[in-house]
Design a protein around this ligand. Structure first.
Ligand SMILES: Cc1cc2nc3c(=O)[nH]c(=O)nc-3n(C[C@H](O)[C@H](O)[C@H](O)COP(=O)(O)OP(=O)(O)OC[C@H]3O[C@@H](n4cnc5c(N)ncnc54)[C@H](O)[C@@H]3O)c2cc1C
Length: 409
C-alpha cells in the first residue's frame, strides 16, 4: 500500500509538465519563485503531443536568450503552409514577412522542446520537477485551495503551496477536483496518429493533403513522416472493422506518394486514436488555484496553435503573478487578471477552429469526390498580403504575450 510522506511546502505547485506547465515553472523559477512541477509520466517521450513551435514562441525564446541553443537542436523550418488538393498545390500562408525574429514555424519533437526547458529550468535552484507524480486531488482549507495530493513512486505526497496551477491538459484532474464549470463546444473530428518511413525523394515540405472525403497532415521528422489522419469523430471503429488493407488503401489514395509503404502499418496498435476536444472553463480560478493551457481551454489541432497558446498563457501568468508570489500576497483578483488577459485570444482562436471544422473539414468528409480549395484558400493563393495575414494569425496569433525588459533575464 502507498505510504504518506511528509508534506512538501512550496510557493507554486504546477500540476502537469506540458508546454504550459514547463514554461510557467521555468519563468517563475527564473523570477525567484519556489516552484514544484508534478508530471505524471516518467519522461516527456510521448508521440502524441504536436511538434510545432511558432514564431511568437521563438520570439519569447529569443527574449529569454535561449533561441540559438534551442535551434541548435534538430528541427525543420516551415516557411510557408501549403495544402494539396489532389494534384493541385495551394499556398495558404507565408511566414517570410512576419515582424518576428524567426520567420518560420520550427517543427521539433515536443519531447526535445520539453527536455530543453527542463535542462534550463534545472539550473535554477528554485525549480523542482517531480516526474511520475500524478496530481490526484486538491487540498482545501476554509474554501481556499492550499495544495495538491499526488501519487508518486515514494507513495502519496501532499504539496502545499500559495498557488496551485492546473496545467494538466484536456483531461485535467485539477479542474475537475476544483469543480470548475466546463463549457463543451464539441468537435466533429478525431485524429489517427501513425508514422511511415520518409524517402529521400519525397516532397520536402509536404503538409496538408485533401483527398475525396479525406484530410491528412504529414509532419516531417527527418527519417519518418508523422501522419495525422483526420477522421469524423467516432469513425475509427468502422475503419477497424473494414480492416487494415482498406485503411492502407485509404491512406495511399489520400497521399499517393505513400503508396508502397503503407504496409509498414502491420497492426492497429501502430495507429493511435487521438480524441479531439474543444472546450473552455467559464471561470479559470478559485482562491489559491488557477488553470491554464488546455486545462482552461482545450484546443483543436486545427491550425496547430494549441501549444503556442499554452505557452502564451504561461508567460502571461508568470508576468502577472511572479511579483505577487515572490511577496506571498496573491489575491483572487490577480488570478482573474490572468483569465481576463488570456481568455479572449483563446476563445477567438477556438471560434476560428470551430468555423474551420464546419466549413472546411465537414464539407471534405461529406463529399464523395475531391472538393476544390475553399474560397479563402483560393484568394490566398493569388493574394500575397492575405497569405501574410494568415501567417500572422497562425504564427503569432491574437494578442501575443511579451517578456518585459524588467522580467529577470
Ligand atoms: C491530435 C492533436 C494534435 C495536436 N497537434 C498540435 C500541433 O501540432 N501543434 C499545436 O500547437 N497544438 C497541437 N495540438 C493541441 C496541443 O496538443 C495542446 O493545445 C497543448 O498540448 C496544450 O498544452 P498544455 O501544456 O496545456 O497541455 P498538455 O500538452 O496536454 O500537457 C499536460 C501535461 O500534464 C500531464 N498531466 C496530465 N494529468 C496530470 C496529473 N493529474 N498530474 C500530473 N501531470 C498530469 C500530462 O502528462 C502532460 O504532460 C494538438 C491536439 C490534438 C488533440
Amino acid at each position: 500500500m502507498a505510504q504518506k510522506s511528509q508534506p512538501l511546502q512550496t510557493t507554486c505547485c504546477i500540476a502537469g509538465g506540458g508546454p504550459a506547465g514547463m514554461m510557467l515553472g521555468y519563468l517563475l523559477a527564473r523570477a525567484g519563485v519556489e516552484v514544484v512541477v508534478l508530471e505524471k509520466h516518467r519522461d516527456f517521450f510521448r508521440d502524441f503531443r504536436g511538434d510545432t513551435i511558432h514564431p511568437s514562441t521563438l520570439e519569447l525564446m529569443n527574449r529569454l536568450h535561449l533561441l540559438d541553443e534551442l535551434l541548435a537542436l534538430p528541427h525543420q523550418q516551415l516557411r510557408q503552409i501549403t495544402a494539396h488538393f489532389g494534384g493541385r498545390t495551394v499556398h495558404i500562408a507565408d511566414f517570410s514577412r512576419l515582424r518576428t525574429h524567426s520567420k518560420f514555424i520550427a517543427f521539433m519533437p515536443q519531447w526535445d522542446f520539453l527536455n530543453f526547458l527542463e535542462r534550463k529550468a534545472k539550473q535554477i535552484p528554485t525549480f523542482h520537477l517531480h516526474m511520475e507524480s500524478q496530481a490526484t486531488d486538491l487540498i482545501w482549507d476554509a474554501g481556499r485551495v492550499v495544495g495538491v495530493i499526488a501519487t508518486t513512486p515514494a507513495g502519496q505526497v501532499e504539496v502545499r503551496a500559495d498557488l496551485v496551477v492546473g496545467a494538466d491538459g484536456r483531461g485535467s484532474t485539477v479542474r475537475q477536483s476544483a469543480g470548475l464549470e466546463v463549457i463543451d463546444t464539441g468537435a466533429p473530428i478525431d485524429v489517427l496518429w501513425f508514422r511511415l518511413t520518409k524517402h529521400p525523394d519525397d516532397p520536402p515540405q509536404a503538409f496538408g493533403f485533401v483527398g475525396a472525403g479525406q484530410f491528412m497532415v504529414l509532419i516531417n521528422r527527418d527519417e519518418y513522416w508523422q501522419c495525422a489522419y483526420v477522421i469524423r469523430k467516432g469513425a475509427f471503429e468502422a475503419k477497424q472493422q473494414a480492416g487494415l488493407d482498406a485503411f492502407r488503401d485509404e491512406i495511399a489514395r489520400c497521399v499517393p506518394f505513400l503508396k508502397g509503404r503503407t504496409d509498414e502499418i502491420r497492426q492497429w496498435d501502430q495507429v493511435k486514436l487521438l480524441t479531439v476536444k474543444v472546450d473552455h472553463l467559464r471561470r479559470w480560478h478559485r482562491p489559491g488555484l488557477l488553470c491554464i493551457g488546455d486545462a482552461a481551454q482545450a484546443m483543436s489541432p486545427v491550425g496547430g496553435v494549441g501549444i503556442n497558446l499554452a505557452i502564451q498563457d504561461a508567460v502571461a501568468t508568470a508576468r502577472i503573478l511572479a511579483p505577487r508570489l515572490l511577496h506571498h500576497n496573491l489575491r483572487s483578483s490577480d488570478l482573474q487578471r490572468v483569465q481576463t488577459r488570456r481568455q479572449f485570444p483563446a476563445r477567438l482562436t477556438q471560434r476560428v477552429q470551430v468555423f474551420l471544422h464546419r466549413h472546411l473539414l465537414e464539407p471534405i468528409f461529406d463529399s464523395p469526390t475531391l472538393i476544390p480549395p475553399p474560397l479563402p484558400m483560393k484568394l490566398a493563393e493569388h493574394c500575397p498580403p492575405l497569405r501574410r495575414l494568415l501567417a500572422n494569425l497562425i504564427g503569432v496569433g491574437i494578442r501575443p504575450e511579451y517578456i518585459p525588459p524588467k522580467f529577470p533575464l
